[in-house]
Design a protein around this ligand. Structure first.
Ligand SMILES: *Cc1c(COP(=O)(O)O)cnc(C)c1O
Length: 253
């Protein structure tokens, strides 16, 4: 395009979201917020009790920019390289809160510790130790949720409920990590009553392991199809991707 070698956008990511995308995303965020408010009210919980995490994995930076323009500040990512790439493109938006929700790998902990405010998927004590040791000085402690596997399937990520108390005790020695609560990712089911079962189990697990020093006030649970059930059982963060952004555009997600 510029024969003189000028700077041209090399990927779609460099372009802002088209204006029509901004309107669509703003409308979807408003719909999701209305669902959250209604669920809070049905559960007898104060309005504003539940935070919305916009899971932007597989979406271009322009989509995050559009959601930010609609007032969204917390974004979740699952793939480190993709996240770092978008963070660089969005460096001008200094008030974004970045949450890592994907599988943690030991060789990625340094970057996660440096580039995220939260992790939701902590379930390995070696990773906890590394994140603690690698959290840069001058940044507040990394906020973390322990991912819990409630289905008992060994193929699924997460701690078994019986491992949580010991894991929490070990984390007390890690001052650069602040364990805020528990996270779960149950298999989808369609009835409200069935959806509630794992969310109730997560809340009871939390009630059983919380202490005054570590109240575990965060329950990260609930997605597009089950956020009402999660909020009924005490969710404080719901994680939504496609309900806000539509289908993921990047391959491999
Ligand atoms: C992708 C993802 C979500 C959001 O899923 P959608 O189907 O896009 O709403 C929530 N939580 C985690 C951990 C995820 O990986």
């Amino acid at each position: 395009m510029t024969p003189g070698g000028g700077i041209v956008p090399t990927t779609q990511d460099d372009a802002p979201a088209p204006p029509e995308a901004e309107g669509v995303i703003a409308a979807r965020i408003e719909q999701v917020r209305a669902r959250i408010r209604a669920a809070e009210q049905d559960a007898g919980r104060p309005s504003g009790d539940v935070a919305l995490l916009a899971v932007s994995k597989g979406q271009d930076a322009g989509m995050i920019r559009a959601a930010h323009a609609a007032g969204q500040r917390a974004f979740g990512e699952s793939y480190l390289q993709e996240a770092l790439d978008k963070q660089r493109r969005l460096a001008d938006l200094a008030d974004i809160e970045w949450h890592f929700v994907g599988r943690i790998q030991a060789n990625k902990t340094r970057s996660i510790a440096a580039s995220f405010d939260w992790v939701h998927s902590l379930c390995d004590l070696r990773h906890a130790t590394r994140l603690n040791d690698q959290r840069p000085a001058g940044r507040p402690p990394l906020q973390a949720c322990l991912q819990i596997n409630l289905s008992g399937e060994s193929s699924k990520a997460g701690l078994e409920p019986a491992q949580v108390a010991e894991f929490l005790a070990a984390c007390r020695a890690l001052p650069r990590l602040r364990i805020r609560g528990l996270m779960t990712l149950p298999a989808p089911t369609d009835s409200f009553a069935t959806q509630r079962i794992p969310f109730l189990a997560l809340r009871r697990l939390r009630d059983g392991v919380a202490t005054p020093a570590s109240p575990l006030d965060v329950l990260s649970m609930g997605m597009s199809d089950d956020l009402e059930a999660a909020i009924a059982e005490g969710a404080t963060i719901v994680r939504l991707g496609t309900a806000i952004f539509g289908d993921r555009t990047r391959p491999g997600h």
